[in-house]
Design a protein around this ligand. Structure first.
Ligand code: SF4
Ligand code: SF4
Length: 94
């Protein structure tokens, strides 16, 4: 499982300190070098066991920048989020 930061990101930095597992890196450390923050999907646990919903998405001031990404094998994920929402287009927080 994971969430994903899309190119709507304005690199404000509000999400990074909210992540309980340090899965987020800033635009300087983004391996895609696209000016956005980035979530390592092999680290993100969708905040399962930490928060009722993904804390990064709750903190993000944009509309829909953070979306549901594919499930990563062996990682915890939110069972109620089906494949239909893991299209890299469905915002975590509407
Ligand atoms: S959903 Fe939670 S664990 Fe995943 S990147 Fe956001 S804050 Fe970190
Ligand atoms: S809170 Fe949202 S806009 Fe700000 S850096 Fe994180 S993903 Fe980007």
């Amino acid at each position: 499982m994971s969430v994903k930061i899309t190119d709507i990101c304005i690199a404000c930095g509000a999400c990074i300190d909210e992540c309980p597992v340090e899965a987020i890196v800033d635009d300087d450390d983004n391996p895609n070098d696209d000016g956005c923050y980035f979530v390592y999907n092999d680290k993100c646990v969708e905040c399962v066991g930490h928060n009722d919903e993904p804390a990064c998405a709750t903190a993000c001031p944009t509309e829909g920048c953070i979306v549901w990404d594919n499930i990563v094998e062996a990682q915890p994920h939110r069972d109620d989020i089906g494949e239909d929402k893991r299209t890299s287009h469905t915002p975590v927080v509407e």
